[in-house]
Design a protein around this ligand. Structure first.
Ligand code: WTA
Length: 664
């Protein structure tokens, strides 16, 4: 644990306020889904009534609920618990039954240029067949299925087929290593893994099935074999793979045996829908558990109101990977349950060149576009001449997620992508919150670049000081959610105690998000980054502790300390300081650095690869032996080193910052 867990002082930087505001245009406001600010008052007066109304009007229940919220055993919430529904049927069958079968659900764009458009009728048929196939592989309600896939339609089909059967999926981002995948398979005790031979990234096939093979060959922590009985493999990359007979099955061979007849059954609202692992402040990832009815209520509501969705005319595009929560909520469940048409793109934004995204927007006439500040900053670096070559006039709303958006990036996004006209909704939420919590409503809010501004109707957030009192306007503190919300995390899979300790210990029955925030004079919320040992690299959460454990797992490393340092493009970057074991001094520093970067990437995944590894002789420690990461962060960011008086050896930081400066 670091020396600065959960304190306000550890906030890396204060958000810059700006006086400019961008009110909604009269035309936008007139047509907006939400254009009467009374919704806030109505929802605040009776939040449960508000959410019950959303649940009843937006979803189709096989058994209506009579009870809205059970909070008798906090922090374990139950929403709509006596109701029953089928999540997949809400995303598929009901649209077909309502005569929308011919509407395109997914315009799929493969990285090499292949494309296919799939209607709601076709998607429903494919999901029914897949559900039949999974049933014959033994998947039933309550089971867990691991999904390790590229961004292709079969990934979405797999998730919906699992949900249709009342089982829970655990999607593991395709960039994670064999070791990370195995830890997630073991924790969820998955018996089936759905994967692909490989998927396209940066112009070549990136193998996936070989990583699954490797994961299943690893020894379990306690020497047990994995729980996996079958691996179902979608053919995509056509790369060479080996198939273990009896265990591995080709999707395209198996599926031919199944037809599209499948009656969806209703499951209780609190039936688990998915587990999604995210980094915490300790080395072990947390399995965030989401359930069905409440989750679907809030993702459909926010997808509709925050993005002003017009399902009959909009073309939605969320650029996230389905391996992250943004993909779960705003590619799979929100858009499909709302009957939207969307683009799903397999690859990277710079393949074959930096025009790719803008070309896709032009091709499909994308109207509403949701991406991350890190991507916007990369495009800024490349220059506006690239997007300016394309016709982006179809765009009528832009969204941002994953980290605070700096006002400069906001303005570029507004001007270059949004023709200085369209609203930008900066949406704050987390894997744990399941859905958007703090964001403007585009027909109502006067936008402020850099601020997420205001809690959604039916949601109450506050900014508290260390002792749990609300801060005044103009002050900073820690963000909490005041009341249970429908899409909230239900527990950490298999670890109720860790759930309590992580989120509810600090402020009792208020949810502690781990983010610092500031209220401006109007009461708008400005997020200021994490206050714990979680870094945010390109919008991805990484744990300093997890990377430190990977580093000390290397035979040459005696000690390691990792910090998230400000980075112009990725928001933060992983910077590691390591002490080598004395017999390893034969390795040159350059060799050690290259080797350790590779080591972290292969243990956790490429997203965790440190930007810098500095070999040092000593780390700054307090007299009680705690590493002072705050000082290392100062050094990594090229700032004057803060107060070193509590260090056991006050000279150590001088040596370290000389070392960092030498590298610049
Ligand atoms: C950060 C992603 C500021 C925040 C949906 C949060 C943001 C963490 C924003 C969750 C935003 C996300 N403004 N910070 N608009 N959106 N964050 O679980 O620190 O991958 O706690 O969920 O990202 O990351 P996660």
């Amino acid at each position: 644990m670091s020396d600065d867990h959960g304190t306000i002082e550890s906030l890396s930087s204060l958000a810059h306020e700006t006086p400019d505001t961008y009110p909604p245009s009269a035309e936008f406001r007139a047509q907006a889904n939400q254009n009467n600010s009374e919704i806030y008052l109505r929802a605040a007066a009776d939040p449960e009534g508000y959410w019950a109304e959303q649940a009843r009007t937006r979803l189709t229940w096989t058994k209506p609920f009579t009870e809205v919220l059970d909070w008798t055993n906090p922090p374990f919430a139950k929403w709509f618990q006596d109701g029953e529904l089928n999540v997949a049927a809400n995303c598929l069958d009901r649209h077909v039954a309502n005569g929308l079968g011919d509407r395109v659900a997914i315009h799929f764009e493969g990285e090499p240029g292949d494309s296919r458009s799939i209607t709601y009728a076709e998607l429903t048929y494919e999901v029914k067949r897949a559900a039949n196939m999974l049933t014959s592989l033994g998947v039933t309600a309550g089971d867990r299925v691991a999904i390790y896939m590229p961004m292709i339609p079969e990934t979405i089909i797999s998730m919906l087929a699992v949900a249709r059967l009342g089982a829970a999926h655990s999607v593991v981002f395709g960039g994670f290593s064999a070791e990370s995948l195995r830890a997630r398979i073991d924790d969820a005790e998955a018996e089936l893994v759905i994967t692909a031979d490989g998927g396209y990234r940066k112009g070549r096939v990136s193998p996936l099935k070989p990583v699954v093979d490797q994961a299943l060959e690893l020894d379990d922590a306690d020497g047990k074999p994995s729980t996996v009985k079958h691996v179902l493999v979608v053919q995509r990359g056509k790369n060479d793979i080996t198939m273990e007979s009896g265990r591995d099955l080709w999707w395209h061979e198996e599926i031919t045996a199944y037809d599209g007849e499948h009656q969806a059954q209703g499951f209780p609202a609190e039936n688990p829908l998915f587990i999604l692992y995210t980094s915490g402040t300790t080395g072990r990832p947390k399995g965030i558990l989401h359930t069905s009815g409440g989750y679907l209520t809030q993702v459909t509501t926010t997808h509709s109101d925050v993005f002003d969705l017009k399902p009959e005319s909009d073309v939605w595009w969320c650029t996230a990977d389905v391996g992250w929560v943004t993909g779960h909520s705003y590619i799979v469940y929100g858009p499909l349950a709302n009957g939207a048409t969307q683009v799903v793109y397999e690859g990277t934004p710079d393949t074959p060149d930096w025009g790719r995204w803008w070309e896709i927007i032009q091709k499909y006439g994308v109207t509403t576009f949701y991406t991350a500040p890190t991507a916007i900053r990369s495009f800024m670096k490349v220059g506006r001449q690239v997007p300016e070559k394309y016709d982006l006039s179809s765009i009528r709303l832009l969204g941002s997620v994953g980290e605070p958006i700096n006002p400069e990036a906001w303005r570029w996004y507004h001007e270059v992508i949004g023709a200085s006209q369209v609203p930008i909704v900066d949406t704050w939420w987390q894997t744990e919150t399941g859905a958007i919590m703090v964001a403007p409503l585009p027909g109502l809010t006067s936008l402020k670049p850099g601020s997420s501004q205001i809690a959604q109707p039916g949601i109450a957030v506050s900014v508290l000081d260390e002792s749990g009192d609300k801060v005044d306007r103009g002050q900073g503190g820690l963000l909490v959610v005041e009341r249970p919300w429908p899409a909230m995390v239900r527990t950490i899979w298999g670890d109720d105690q860790r759930f309590i300790d992580t989120y509810w210990e600090k402020f009792g029955d208020k949810y502690f998000a781990g983010d610092g925030a500031r209220l401006d004079e109007d009461g708008d919320v400005w997020f200021m980054g994490r206050v714990d040992d979680v870094m945010n690299v390109s919008g991805h959460r990484l744990s300093t502790t997890e990377i430190e454990s990977a580093l000390v797992g290397h035979h040459a490393v005696a000690e390691a300390a990792v910090v998230g340092a400000d980075d112009e493009t990725t928001g933060q970057a992983v910077v590691a300081f390591v002490i080598l074991k004395s017999q390893q001094q034969l390795l040159t520093e350059a060799e050690a650095e290259a080797e350790l970067k590779k080591h972290v990437a292969s243990h956790i995944g490429a997203i965790a690869r440190p930007r810098n590894v500095f070999v040092v002789n000593e780390l700054p420690k307090t007299r009680s032996g705690k590493i002072m990461r705050r000082l290392l962060k100062d050094a990594a960011e090229g700032r004057t080193i803060g107060d070193t008086t509590t260090l056991a050896d006050t000279m150590v930081m001088q040596t370290i910052s000389d070392r960092v400066v030498a590298e610049r």
